[in-house]
Structure formats: C-alpha cells, structure tokens
Design a protein around this ligand. Structure first.
Ligand code: HEM
Length: 599
C-alpha cells in the first residue's frame, strides 16, 4: 500500500500548489493529504525524508480530522513564516502560545513529555549529577553541537539531529553525546523526533539547574545524513570562531555571551582533552566555574575578577585557551554587560532559545507549547455487547473538588432521533489526580485532574462528535470545551482500533482492529495494515515497519464488526492503522500517550 501511495505522491507532486492552503475535510486521497499539510508531505519527500517517516506524517491524523502536522496556529491565526538572519523559522500566531486542537498528536506528545511525570524531566531533576558533570551540561552541549551545522547563507543545517551521524568526529568527543542520545531516544515519537527532543533537553536542563525557563517549540525535522564538520574546537584561533558563529547566525558579542551561557555548567574531561586538563584535576574533570551545579553567572564574574579556574581560560596550553580568546575579544565589554545575574539570565534565555530554534530553512516551528488547559486523550470507540463504548479523558491543569465535568455526544445517523438537541450527557468518574513534572511546576501547574468517560452509544446511531462542559461551581457557570467550536469529531466508524480486545504480554501486543462487517466482506475485501513506530536502538534511529493484519476469528464477529489482529513487539510505542475499505483510505493514529492510556 505504501509503495503505491508513494508512487502517487511522486507522480502528482509536480502540480501541487506550494502555498500553505490547509483545507479541512476528509482524507480521501493523497492529494488532499498533501494540501492539508500545506505541501509539506511532498516537500518533505523531495528533501529526501525516508518514505517510512513521510508516511508517519502522512497517515498521522487520528480519526482523519484535524491533521497532525497542522500547526497550532492553523485554525484561526495569521499564517506567516518569519525568518531571522540566524535561521530561526517560526510561525507566529496572534495569541503567542500554541493552540491545541485535538487530536494533534504532536502537541499532545510535547505536553506529555514536558509537563507530565515523564522520563526526561525526571532524568535532570534538580540538576542531576552524572560522571563528574551534570545531565543538563551534557544536554546543552549536544544541542549546541547539533545546531552548529547551520549556515545562514543558504539556510541549511541547524538543530536537526544530524549529530547521530556525527558521533565519531573528534569535535564530538566524550561520552556525553551518547549518554544524552541514550536518554533521549525512548522519548521520540512519529511526531516529535530526535531533533525536537534534543531541543527539549536544553530547555529542561537549563531550567533544572535554576536557569531561565526557555519557551519550547516543536516541529524540527530529523536529518537523514550527517551535516558539515563545523563544531568549533578549542585549538582553533579567534577568527575561525568568529567566522563559525557568524555562519551559525551569531554576532561576535552573541558568540561571547552564548559560550559563557553554555559554559555556566559542566567542564572539561581529561579523558577527552588531556592537553587541557592535567593529571591533578579531581576525577579527571575541570569545572568551568566554582558553582557547577547551578546555571548562573559565576562563569562570568569569576572570569572578570580573575578568580576563575575555567580550563579553557587558564590551561597551561595557551593554544587551547579558547574561552579566554573569545571572552576578551571585545575588551571584556560583553562579559561586563552580562555580569549581573539578571542580565546573564535574560541574555542566556534569548540566545539559548535562538540556538534551539536555529533549524534548516524549510522547517516551521510551532508556537511555544504551554501546558494544555483541556487535554483530551485516550479516545476509543469500541463495539461491545450490542452497543459502542466511547472512551475519552479530559485532563485539566488544576484540581477542584467541586468541579463538575460532563461529556455530551451527538449521533452520526438519524440526528435528533436519540439525543436531545443539546447532546446526550455522560457523567465522568471521579477525577484521578496526578503529579506534574518539575518543569510544569515552574509554569505554575501543580496537579492534573483527569476525568474519564465511558459513554454507551447505540450501534445504529453511532457518534459523530463529542464535547464537554466544565463547571467549577464558583458562580461563573459552565464553560464549554468543544475543540475550538468543531467538537471532538469521530470522523469514521468503519475501522476502529479496539483496545478492549487487544492483549499484551511482556514481549508482545496482540492488536485488534474492528472493521465494520458490511464493509469487510464481498468482492472488495478490506486491506488493513499497521505501521509501527519503535524508538531507536544503539544507532538512535527509529524503526518504522508495516505489519500485516489478519482476520481473527478468535474474536467472533459481533455487533456488526469483524476483527483483525496483528502481533507486534512490545517495544512499539505508536501505531498508525492504515486501511483501504471499499476504495476509501482510512487512518487512525494511536500515539504513545494514548497507547498507555487506552491499553
Ligand atoms: C568556540 C566555541 C566552543 C568551544 C571551543 C567549546 C569547547 C568545549 C570543550 C573543549 C568542552 C569539554 C568537552 C569534554 O570534556 O568532553 C566543552 C564543554 C561544554 N560546552 Fe563548549 N565550547 C564552545 C561553545 C559552547 C557553546 C556555544 C555551548 C552552549 C551554548 C557549549 C556548551 C558546553 C557545555 C554545557 C559543556 C560541558 C559538557 C559537560 O560537562 O559534559 N559550548 N566545550
């Protein structure tokens, strides 16, 4: 199936408009799909994106509606790319923060990874120490090295995870690179690749050591090949450093400040640079400043008052005193300007944000992703015991014991025949209260409250959409949560991932897909396959595979559905169910966060 769709993309790509029209509507063919993603499907393909990755994008919209790669600004905001000289390509919205329109697996995943109790914030919590340095220092260094391939002259390179192909270069010496990628790889998903996670690492690392909270945007695209070998090295002369930073998009003053910001944490390892760190250094490690567990201005003040032990300033090997040459290159003017804690923090916030947003010119980043106020997830429509069960959850950013959350749904068939005009109401279970990440706490979020719904829906009416009201019982009245007006649309009920019949062992999943029997038989048998996403192994490159799905009579045909099963490895973290039924393409994405919730 993928081959044929790929051929169609190639055949038809020449007359795709290159504008950013993003029509809504059903996904019926690949042409619409490409338009829906503003031409990105074809452009990504033309750039040589692996077709497997392309199809992860292409088939990513859960329930077809919404469009996963549609950025949060698509719905109601201005739609313009701004580029700054250093290759920061951002789409701006009037509101300034990303707007979550379910299903948007990209934003949902970023929110989960940054703000829920998750592996990345935990790994760097309270500026965790590791191998004489900190996790945060390792994560900031890898982000800079990955970004260093950017060239403002042609917009190529930048933070694109090309580092995974560059690890053997002397510029990237040190265990910190592989340590970091090992930390990151399980947190990737079809919509948030390694480049996005590297950028997240820098944001989380800085904040975890008491540094500024840098806004996080997603949307980077992982490179498929190595970039140029352009990471600066300590033995190079000042002019080559000025030239390198200029090519990356930073002026000389910005170079001075950015190096100071980066070298606020961590230090130099003797194993990696024996010519810089001598044998007397404790544990073979020389810190850049006297407060290595804090992202602060000590690297600047110690340099200015000459109490510094920064190895790149003081090493006996004059050739490798790169920080000294850089810091003093404008007569210390820049270092003096960032000597106060406040100026240091503000300058570093700006420059580090620019660093992580320095991306190849054809990448458009989302708006900053703040904790999502009303996050819908775990949605599944399951044929069961003579009706459907519609499962869904609504996560709110605070708890309130008085709050009443009600779900409403509307029929797909025979509208008005079953539900009143205001929709069929469904009560939630008592909310489950969960903790937040340390990063969410810095944004003022202390607890999540999640409301779970199980709506019984007749098979003959089915469901077209659902929405919620949230009443805080504080006199302000119920607030409608309806996905920006569209409701949470269940686009189709022909092919449904069935979590209730799916089973898991320690090593595998037996995934069950329900196909409506009327469409599953006859002369046009359904074609169902599952594309699976498994995060990268030792090479840090994810595996995307297509798995065949067989009709499975161990689940007796019932409730107008026939069941298909695929056996997949338990290490899979996301799936796309792709099918052609009666000549129509159907797609359902079940992302990592929902995989956990639904199963
Ligand atoms: C001319 C530019 C630069 C040079 C020559 C340079 C050089 C170095 C060297 C030699 C190390 C020691 C690495 C090791 O021992 O394995 C280091 C560490 C580090 N660098 Fe830079 N660097 C530069 C710019 C930057 C920038 C711009 C950043 C980030 C904004 C940065 C962040 C770091 C961090 C966080 C570490 C500590 C890593 C750890 O402790 O594991 N560096 N740098």
């Amino acid at each position: 199936m993928y081959e044929s769709v790929r051929r169609r993309i190639e055949a038809e790509s020449k007359d795709f408009p290159d504008d950013c029209a993003a029509p809504t509507g059903h996904l019926t063919d690949i042409r619409n799909l490409d338009r829906k993603f503003g031409g990105r499907v074809v452009r990504a393909h033309q750039r040589g994106l692996r077709s497997s990755q392309l199809f992860s994008w292409a088939f990513s919209p859960a329930w077809e509606e919404g469009g996963t790669r549609s950025r949060t600004g698509d719905v109601d905001e201005t739609h313009k790319n701004f580029s700054s000289p250093n290759g920061v390509y951002l789409r701006h919205t009037a509101s300034g923060a990303a707007i979550f329109r379910w299903p948007d697996p990209q934003l949902a995943f970023i929110d989960t990874t940054l703000y829920e109790v998750n592996i990345l914030p935990v790994l760097t919590a309270n500026c965790t120490q590791r191998k004489s340095t900190t996790v945060a220092a390792q994560w900031i260094r890898i982000a800079y090295h990955d970004m260093s391939t950017h060239d403002v002259n042609d917009g190529s390179g930048g933070l694109d995870a090309s580092i995974v192909f560059e690890l053997d270069r002397p510029q990237n010496v040190g265990t910190g690179m592989r340590d970091s990628l090992n930390d990151f790889t399980s947190s990737t998903s079809p919509h948030v690749g390694m480049a996005d996670i590297i950028a997240m690492g820098a944001v989380l690392g800085v904040a975890s050591c008491g540094g500024p909270v840098i806004p996080y945007r997603g949307g980077r695209i992982d490179a498929q090949v190595a970039g140029p070998a352009t990471v600066p090295e300590p033995q190079q002369d000042l002019q080559s450093h000025i030239d390198a930073f200029k090519r990356q998009g930073f002026t000389q003053a910005e170079m001075i400040a950015l190096v100071a910001c980066g070298h606020s944490l961590g230090g130099v390892r003797r194993d990696d640079f024996p010519q810089i760190v001598d044998a007397t250094a404790p544990n073979g490690f020389a810190n850049f400043d006297g407060i290595p567990l804090k992202f602060d201005n000590a690297v600047v003040t110690e340099y200015l008052d000459d109490t510094t032990a920064n190895p790149l300033v003081k090493t006996a090997n004059v050739t490798t005193r790169s920080d000294l040459r850089i810091f003093s290159s404008d007569g210390n003017a820049t270092m003096q300007s960032i000597a106060s804690p406040d100026n240091f923090s503000k300058t570093c916030a700006t420059l580090l944000e620019r660093m992580i947003n320095t991306v190849p010119k054809d990448v458009t980043l989302t708006e900053p992703v703040e904790p999502i106020e009303s996050k819908v997830g775990g949605v599944a429509l399951i044929p069961q015991n003579g009706s459907y069960v519609l499962r869904a959850s609504l996560r709110r950013l605070s708890t309130n014991p008085n709050r009443v959350v009600t779900m409403f749904w509307e029929e797909r068939n025979g509208q008005g025949s079953f539900c009143p005009p205001a929709g069929c109401p469904v009560n939630s279970t008592s909310p489950s209260v969960s903790g937040v990440s340390s990063f969410a706490a810095l944004k003022g979020v202390n607890k999540f409250a999640t409301y779970i719904f199980n709506a019984q829906i007749p098979l003959n009416t089915s469901v077209s959409k659902f929405w919620f009201t949230v009443d805080e019982k504080d006199g302000s009245g119920p607030q409608v949560v309806d996905n920006g007006g569209s409701g949470f649309v269940i686009d189709q009920d022909t092919v449904l991932f069935d979590p209730s019949r799916t089973s898991a062992t320690r090593t595998s999943f037996s995934l069950v897909i329900a196909v409506r029997t009327a469409d599953a038989t006859g002369s046009n048998p359904p074609i169902v396959s599952i594309e699976t996403y498994q995060p990268g192994g030792p090479d840090f490159i994810p595996t995307i595979q297509t798995v065949g799905v067989q009709q499975d009579t161990t689940h007796a045909a019932t409730d107008a559905y026939t069941f298909f099963t695929a056996n997949i490895f338990a290490g899979i973290t996301a799936i796309h169910v792709n099918s052609i039924i009666g000549g129509k393409i159907f797609s359902q994405y079940v992302g990592s966060s929902d995989f956990r919730v639904i199963l």
